[in-house]
Design a protein around this ligand. Structure first.
Ligand SMILES: [Zn+2]
Length: 52
């Protein structure tokens, strides 16, 4: 519980970044995507991308 939602790439073990386009976690190194398990999904109301 020390870390917030973080996922490791199954291919290269790198830290996955959230990709807004696919709504999945994506590895920037090998481009593999990981579908976020439903139980870990947080409902986000697009606050991240709201432009002033
Ligand atoms: Zn990777």
């Amino acid at each position: 519980m020390a870390q917030t939602d973080q996922f490791e790439c199954g291919g290269c073990g790198a830290h996955l970044e959230f990709d807004p386009k696919s709504q999945n976690m994506k590895c920037e190194f090998c481009q593999s995507e990981k579908i976020i398990p439903v139980e870990h999904t947080v409902i986000v109301e697009h606050d991240f991308f709201s432009a002033p």
